[in-house]
Structure formats: C-alpha cells, structure tokens
Design a protein around this ligand. Structure first.
Ligand code: GCW
Length: 825
C-alpha cells in the first residue's frame, strides 16, 4: 500500500512544513492539479503565498511548478483577494461571507479550463489558504471537488516569546533566543523569518518578541530600528510584531521622574514613543504588559489601577490601530502561608473583576487559563466569567514550564480543550470559555488566544521533536477550538512524520495519553505540579511549595492534603464562579476526583468517587504514570526504520530519559507521602525495592556517601560522590539466579561539567557513557537524577558488578543505586 521509502536524514528544522515527496502512487491523485500558480497580489504576503505553493507542490509532487502574474489560456491555481479577483473578472459565483483572515478553497471554470482558486478578504487569508491546501495534499486528501471556506474563530492569535535581550529565554528549553543576543537584535534574522512562516502556517498573526518581564531598553531610541528589522522578517508571513513593555519605562529610560499613568507628562511620553514606533513599523501590533506582578513595577506604586495603566498606553496606540494585552497575572507573592484564608488563586478575580467596564476598547485582559500558574491540572480561571464588559484573551503555555520542559512528552491539546470547552454558566447561560475569549458571548470588539511559545535556536525549535505538536495545536485551536485533540494530532503527525498508518497511530496514541501520564506521576487529583517551585520547576520537590509566600500550597500534613477553597469553610475562592459551577466544586459529592485537592483539604483515607482512598490513588497513579512512560519507549522502538534516523534517535533518547525520570518522580512523591502519612501502599511497592542495590551500601573505592536534600530526591536520601579523586568505583555482588538481565544505573548528571561512567561485570566493561545532559541544576538532586539502562547482560550468582565514575569539573559522578531486572526481551 505504502511504498517503502528510504528515510532521508531530517533535522526537524522544517517542523510540520516538510513537503516530503509523495510516492508515485500517492502523487497520482494529484496528477491533474495545474502546475501554474497565478497570484494577482504583489504584497510581500502575496508573494510568500505564491512561492510557498510552488515550493510545496514541487517538493511533494516532483513536478515543475511555476508562477505567473496573469492568466493564460490554461488551467491554473489562482490566488487572490476577492477584490483582486473581481478586478480580474474571475467568475466567483457566490462567494461565502469571509472574515478578515478567512479563506475559500474552490474551483472555477475560466474559458473552459478548470482552475483551483484560493480566495480571501486579505492577502493574509490567501496565505492561510495556501497552507490549508498544502496540508491537505501532505495528508493525501482528495481535493478534486474542493469547496470549503474557513474562518478564524478569534481575531487576535498571538504568541508571546519570553526572550531576554541578552539572548537567554525565561522558561525556554530549546537554546538561546532566535531574536536577540548580547543586548541587541541579532544581525542574522533568518530563523525569525522561518519562525514567522511556521506561525503563519497555523494562522498565528502576532508575536510579542521579548519577555513580559520586560527590559525597558527595548523602547530606547536606538532599539527601534532594530525592532523594525524584526518586523521586516515577519511581514512576508503576515505576522505582526509586538513588544512587551515595562510600565516604568518613562522613568527608567525616558528621563521623567515618574511613571504614574495618570500624569499627563507620562501619557505624552507614551504618545511620542508609540508614534516613533509606528513611524518605523507601520504595521506594529501593540504591547503586552506585566505589571504589579512578581516584583515588576506597576500602577499600584501610585495608587492607580490596572485599568488606569492599560488605558494610558492604549490611548497612545489607538490612533494607530494598536492594542495592549494587559496581563491579569497579578498577585502578591508574599502571602502569609499561616493564614488558611489566604489564597493566591483568588487574586486575578479580586483585582480585575471590580474594574470590569473600565478598560478601553483596544485593551485586552490576558488571562492565564487557570488561577495559579500553568500547573499540570487546574480549573478554569473564574475571571473569564467575571469580565462581561472587557475584552479578554486566554493565555496558554506552549513551553512546558511545569509539564516536563520538553524533556518529557506532554501534549497539551487535551488539557486546553477541556479548558476551552468548560461552561462557566455566566447568568445561567451556555458560556464556554472559548466563546467568551472570542468576544462572542458578551459581544466584545476584540478577543484572542495567546500562547507562550519560547522556541529557541535548537534546530528543531523546541528540543523535543514531539513537543512541536503543542505549538501546532495552539495555532489550530486558536483558529478553530471546535477541532478535537485527536484531529489535531492526527494532522500534525501526518505532516511531521508522514502517513504510514503505524507511525500515525503510534504517535497519536502516545501524544493523546501523554498529559494524563505526566499528571499521574507529577500531580494527580488536582494537587498541582509537585515540583520544586522555588527552583527550576522541573523535578519533584513537594515540600518547596509550603511555608513560603508564593501561594502554590497543597497543605499536605500528617493527616491529609489539599487546599480548602470552599465558600463554607475555606478561602471562598469557589464563590468567584457562577452558582452552577460553585455547586459542582463546593461539595465533596460533586467535586470531580481530578480536581479534588485543588478545592478541598481531605484526609488521606478519604474515599474518592472511583472507590480508592486518596493515598492509594496517589501511589497507584505514580506507578501507572511511570509505567506508561516506560511503554512509550517500547512503542517508539517499533517505529525504527519508519522514521528518519536522526529524529528517531533523538526522540528515543528523550523517551528513555523520561522513563527514567518518571521513576525519580514516582519514588520521590510516593516516599514523601508514605513518610508523611505513615500509610502503607496496599500493593506493597512503596519503600520496598527488592531489586535495588543502594550505592552507599556497595564496596566503595574513593566514593563517599552523602545526604541528598530534600531527602526524597535520592533513594533512601543518600548518594555517593567522587570528590578529590581521579576515579572512584562502587562494587557489589549479584546474588540472583543465572540469566539475562537488564541493569539500570541511577546516577546524577548536574550541569557543571561532564562526568564519565563505566559498568563492568566480572572485570569486563559492558557499557560506558558520558553524563553530559543539560539538566536544570548544578546539584545532586531530583532534577539531575538520571537512569542508564543496559539490557542483555548475562549474570551468574556471585558476579561482580562494578561502576566506575570519573568526575568532570564540578560534576562528582554521583551514584544513587543500581537495579537488576530480568530482561524479558
Ligand atoms: O510562572 C511564572 C514563571 C515566570 C513567568 C511568570 C509570568 C515570565 O515561572 O518565569 O515570568 O510566570 O507568567 O509572568
């Protein structure tokens, strides 16, 4: 059915726009497709559209495709805006009503020649239509009787990049910034242009290029021509450049002694600054603002409100058609944790709801999807229902800050779908989040979707080839939130890896289950991601959320866990929802298990709807999650030879790493809960690792036992490190039955140097490896804990197993334990 094609090397740089050649058989159904692409427009966007179509058709179909500016007497693919097509007297029949960025793919007969037509209101719509057509061909769809109109669901579909001007990206996991280096815009903006192309292909029309923790220098006079160069790179793809700005800029760089938004001199300063930007960048999109949040300057310094601040700047932007996204991520990060009524989750609603109706029409309040901060599971932010006279945008996080940092697979579309579809029952009406942010429910002039993307210089953009599905899904959902996660990931997989049925079904299944898998081993029952919240937000660190002002509390103690956010006895947060939603969450009878601990503090012995106790559910979820992560490796291995070697290998390495780190998570959280609650695991797994040889119990040469903090970051809280020696070794005897085994070495790979390890069995080296992964810590802890799996080792009773560690710079070749399992393969 599918010709066995050679799989050429691929780097992932083309993402889902590979235009891989179809087999002759596959190409057959497109053999009547015209090979002339006529484009009537001459804008940069029209030219991109024409070139993209030529490139795509040529690469996929292997045919000679050429462009033209006018019709000849032949079949052609015609691209144009409705007004261009009208003025060329192209017969249009009855065009569908198209919104600004919408498009229409159809056929028309011109002088008895069948022409395929991509028509739109704007040249941007034409470009989107080109990508739409190419996607269909890549996915082998029948386009013979195509007649389809598509409209974007929301007008503003933006990404935010948290890039600092020095080139480092806050919460970026794929290398340095593609925009900035050393305080300046990069000279070479090739990647910026390629990024804009990727964004355009899924309908994204704006990109704020710098961190919301904004450096005021981005508004300096000498920076604006640099920004203009970035806008030039984006323009051919219809992506508007936007900027995050610091409210204190008038004082920080403007020479004023105040940044009070109500001070006329401050307003004047913003007017002049904005005029200057639009002179350099006439199609500039606008600003994003984070203020009074996590130490940022804000209107509170002058007793002003977010509406005062947003409007002062909005009024400078309005004459140019610009907008300001004002972030609702405003909260006090010095909350008193001892006060059980304090609740960070309340902040956005408490601050912004009273300001409803006070924001100008070109202000959009940008609201994170949940009330805390992109945890693995959160309820919908009640603020979406609390602003009926204000434009709103939903902020979704594509970069996997709390969801595995692109080292773990975690496809977020299923989570986003739940959020977007959630019915907030405002005024007892059907009011799903997606309709609210599109401005449809309250008839708002603007609305939008914002995704925090944080792509970087890594060739494949996001480090994990499979993580790109999140960027793709964000764009597709902003375009059409009615699409299912299944449909989206099926599209993405075909575009990214081809149409082989086994490849498609394996990858889509992995992706679709991955969020739940990650949730299982990092934070089930709505407890929040149990990660190190004062560190890199990566590995397990369940105690770090407690006894500090950040307010990400789970309040686990000896008897139980969860935040009481009820109206009756808790923080009252639930009262911010409509009465019907309150009813869903307030009582234990109705509250869904998967959000239980977000809303309620319950004893570990509390019985869930599913029949398990909270504590047993926690144990089981962690074991199930780790097992699922392990299965991804075996599933992926079945695709060997069906995927090009580089992407196959890169993903395999990441999945193996994830499977090992999922065990770190599992053990850390289970041990911690077990210690805290004193309740044993019904299944006898937690705390009992009969296959495990602890490094500190081995015969050590040079290695020294150390305590690891927190205690759950290493098995039994201990590791061994090699310090002050050239090489150290740890040795033990195997006591099991003769057979074939898999040896698993749990070691630490901190990022301050690269140590080396070797494994010997009875004096023969069976494996060696370098600990040179780039993990987010310099410490020996759960962020650096890593597993090496060595299969197929024949062992006899009494076999001597030795691990040699050679430190590299500050990396002490630390070891945690070794496990030996029968090798069933
Ligand atoms: O969750 C926090 C992140 C910060 C981020 C902030 C925000 C850009 O840890 O890195 O700052 O959210 O969204 O403003």
């Amino acid at each position: 059915m599918f010709a066995a094609k050679p799989t050429p090397a691929e780097t992932g740089a083309e993402a889902w726009l590979r235009y891989a050649p179809l087999s002759p058989e596959q190409a057959k159904q497109y053999s009547t497709l015209p090979t002339t692409v006529v484009a009537f427009g001459d804008s940069a966007v029209s030219i991109s559209a024409q070139n993209e179509l030529i490139r795509g058709l040529h690469d996929m179909l292997g045919r000679d495709v050429h462009g033209a500016r006018s019709l000849a007497s032949e079949s052609a693919i015609i691209l144009g805006t409705l007004s261009e097509l009208h003025s060329q007297n192209i017969p249009l029949g009855k065009p569908p009503a198209l919104s600004k960025d919408g498009y229409w793919l159809t056929h028309t007969m011109i002088s008895r020649h069948d022409c395929l037509m991509i028509a739109a209101q704007s040249d941007r719509g034409v470009l989107y239509g080109v990508f739409g057509l190419l996607s269909k061909i890549t996915r082998l769809q029948d386009i013979r009787s195509l007649d389809q109109a598509q409209q974007p669901y929301v007008p503003l579909r933006w990404v935010n990049q948290w890039d600092n001007l020095d080139g480092h990206i806050e919460r970026g996991y794929a290398g340095p910034s593609i925009f900035f280096a050393d305080g300046k815009v990069r000279d070479d903006l090739t990647r910026a242009g390629q990024y804009a192309r990727l964004l355009a292909s899924v309908g994204i029309n704006g990109c704020a290029v710098n961190n919301v923790n904004a450096n005021p220098n981005a508004l300096k006079d000498d920076f604006i021509p640099q920004l203009a160069r970035m806008a030039d790179a984006f323009r051919p793809w219809g992506v508007q450049l936007a900027l995050s700005v610091d409210l204190s800029s008038p004082k920080a760089i403007g020479g004023l002694d105040t940044f009070d938004p109500l001070d006329p001199a401050v307003g004047e300063w913003w007017n002049r600054k904005v005029d200057q930007i639009y002179r350099a960048i006439p199609d500039f999109g606008g600003f994003v603002m984070k203020a009074d949040s996590e130490g940022r300057a804000g209107p509170a310094s002058y007793g002003r409100t977010p509406a005062d601040a947003a409007n002062a700047i909005a009024r400078a932007l309005a004459p140019h058609g610009g907008v300001i996204f004002y972030r609702a991520f405003v909260y006090d990060h010095h909350l008193d944790w001892r006060n059980l009524k304090n609740d960070r989750a309340r902040a956005a609603y408490d601050i912004f709801h009273p300001l409803d109706g006070k924001f100008d029409d070109n202000v959009i309040v940008q609201i994170k999807h949940g009330p805390i901060d992109f945890q693995v599971r959160e309820p919908v932010s009640p603020l979406f229902g609390g602003l009926t006279q204000t434009n709103e945008a939903i902020e979704l996080q594509i970069t996997q800050e709390y969801t595995g940092q692109q080292r773990h697979l975690c496809f977020l579309a299923p989570m986003w779908k739940e959020i977007l579809d959630f019915d907030l029952r405002v005024s007892d009406q059907h009011t799903p989040v997606k309709e609210i942010v599109a401005g449809k429910v309250f008839h708002r002039p603007a609305g939008g979707f914002v995704g925090v993307a944080n792509v970087g210089m890594d060739t494949n953009w996001m480090h994990h080839s499979l993580a790109l599905a999140n960027l793709f899904a964000f764009g597709r959902l902003a375009w059409n939130p009615e699409l299912s996660a299944e449909t989206i990931v099926d599209e993405w997989t075909r575009l990214t890896f081809g149409n082989d049925p086994q490849v498609v079904s394996t990858i889509t299944q992995m992706q679709l289950s991955s969020w739940h898998t990650y949730e299982n081993y990092t934070g089930p029952l709505g407890v929040g991601t149990l990660t190190n919240i004062v560190g890199p937000h990566y590995g397990p660190g369940p105690e770090s959320s407690e006894r500090n002002g950040w307010g990400q509390w789970h309040r686990a103690d000896k008897k139980g866990m969860g935040m009481d956010r009820t109206i009756a006895t808790g923080t009252g947060y639930i009262g911010q929802y409509s009465p019907q939603v309150q009813k869903l969450y307030e009582g234990l009878t109705d509250c869904p298990d998967n959000l239980l601990l977000f809303f309620h503090h319950v004893p570990y012995t509390h019985e869930l709807h599913c029949g398990k106790t909270v504590i047993q559910f926690m144990y089981d979820a962690h074991y199930d999650g780790a097992e699922s992560a392990h299965r991804y490796v075996t599933e992926w291995e079945k695709l060997d030879s069906k995927i090009d070697p580089q992407r196959y290998r890169d993903v395999l390495l990441l999945l193996k790493y994830q499977a090992g780190h999922a065990i770190v998570w599992r053990d850390a959280i289970c041990d911690w809960l077990n210690r805290l609650s004193g309740i044993a695991d019904d299944k006898g797994r937690v705390g009992h690792h009969s296959d495990r040889f602890e490094a500190e119990d081995m015969e050590l040469r040079g290695y020294v036992p150390v305590n690891v903090t927190p205690i759950e970051a290493a098995s039994r809280g201990k590791a061994v490190t090699c310090q002050g020696a050239q090489q150290c070794s740890a040795k033990f005897q195997f006591k099991g039955q003769p057979g074939r085994y898999q040896i698993e070495v749990q070691y630490f790979d901190p990022n301050d140097g690269s140590s080396r390890f070797a494994l010997e069995v009875d004096g023969h080296k069976v494996d060696e490896w370098l600990a040179d992964n780039d993990l987010p810590t310099k410490n020996v802890d759960a962020d650096s804990s890593t597993r090496r799996t060595i299969p197929g080792i024949a062992l006899k009773p009494g076999a001597e197993i030795e691990i040699d560690g050679t430190p590299g710079d500050e990396d002490p070749a630390a070891l945690d334990y070794v496990e030996i399992h029968a090798d069933s393969r």
